[in-house]
Write a protein that binds this ligand. Sequence first.
Ligand code: ATP
Length: 539
Amino acid sequence: MIDERAPLLASASASYQSSVTDNLSSRPGILNDKIVYRNGHQGPPAPTFNNNPILEKVTPITLSWRDVNVSVPLTTKKKGCCGGESGLLGSKQILHGVNGCVQSGSLLAIMGASGAGKSTLLNVLTCRNTRNYSVSGEIHVNGFLVDKNINDMSAYVQQDDLFIGTLTVREQLQFRALLRMDKRVSSKDRLERVESVIQEMGLSKCATSRIGTPGGARKGISGGERKRLSFASEALTNPPIFFCDEPTSGLDTFMAKNIVHTLRKMAARGRVILCTIHQPSSDIFAMFNQILLLAEGRTAFLGSQQQAMEFFAKLQYPCPSNFNPADHFILTLAVEPGNEAECRNRTHQICDTFKESQEAKVIFDEIQEVLNSAQEKKSDPVIAQALAGGSRYESSWPKQFKYLFWRAWVGMLRDVILFRVRVAQVFTVGIIVGLVYLRLSVEQKSVMSINGAIFLLITNTSFSNLFAVVNSFPLELAVFFREYGSGLYRADTYYLAKTIVEVPVFVLITTLFATLTYWMIGNIYNFAYTRNKCEKYLC
Ligand SMILES: Nc1ncnc2c1ncn2[C@@H]1O[C@H](COP(=O)(O)OP(=O)(O)OP(=O)(O)O)[C@@H](O)[C@H]1O
């Protein structure tokens, strides 16, 4: 069940919630701290947080993209004298002149059959993973052209949720808040923001639970909670735009509904949320207030569900009664293997009709309207703030080191199994080395054996510690790439913090190994020495 009891942001009143959700179809925005609808009606004040000027507002945003074309070069391998050599075989167009406009308060579902271009569009809008693409077209925020700086005003919740499993939900959010939030927000406000986001996302019940690793020795929070934690981690900085790649994949209907409900609440606070989504159930589908249908890299429809039903019905593809509209749209736009020509004709007809339709004209006019108003304004606070960011990182080097050190330390203390395994390994190897040099005596003829024992002790100590460090990095590599990519910290701070945290363990393990081995060899030597003496004496 969706946790309706979870308290919302202190100042977001119930009336605000209902008025926004009731009017979603009229596409609200927030101007001068008031919600303003397209029809000119002024709603209640937008929610504030703790009177902190940086956190209190979700800045109103209109995201639009115009004539976006994407192509990829097709290459082949030509055999040369020195092995393989790449040759160009032309290019493949993935997106063809895609347009769109989404306003504050909108939750947009990007849908289409597999290979329609959903992920490509999301990549282009977020300016990520576009190295292989040749992209043309424009992306605007509030009518101003943006490129990579869109990442400074948006959050990207990726499909796989990556966390350090030893942390609790609250610790994970605190770690991100302390590193990622605006420099001007005090630590106290950051921690209060964490508590607020925990409540907003319905994570109170599991706030003190460890996140865990799916399929790992310690199972932690549920899949739905992990997904909400991903949103919570991104929501800390209060970005006005959210991109989500398949937020419901791998979740059951109940969890998926829960997530989309959360997204809808977030959108209702004035954010723009775009998600790619596969096979939503009919009630999940109904929770979106705009849908973008893609087919073969073209726009097949953009607008509300009701408009989409009417549009498809007009084209003689009405949705059968008692049939999930989302399934109907995807099936109509899919290219069936063995029936490609007919399916392609159908999708081209739908896309061509949409291009000439009244709905497409409205979108084009909206884009133009926002561009015109931007030309009049000349500057925009959201863009100015994104451009003023300067450094890629919000926190200084010492702060990054401090919080990374804390995280690594907590992780090491809690990973008891790994520590036990290391101690057991030291005992086993120590006993084996001790037994190998069982009859070692301090004599001329034992010099080689003593050398061998010392060599073995040194190599075993150095290599076991070296590989322990080297092996600990791959375990966190995916998390590191994700966090480093989003500008949370530098690579050198991460490496240093993680290595230094291991120093006490190295010292302890090495001391244990050396003491055990030395004691064993020494005692056995003493025992053998005493026995020799006794035998000599008795004889
Ligand atoms: N780098 C690339 N090189 C060649 N083809 C590519 C590349 N990236 C994407 N494509 C092709 O572009 C088309 C759209 O891909 P995309 O991943 O955007 O589809 P999608 O709608 O997200 O599909 P799915 O729902 O299966 O994830 C596909 O046919 C894909 O094979």
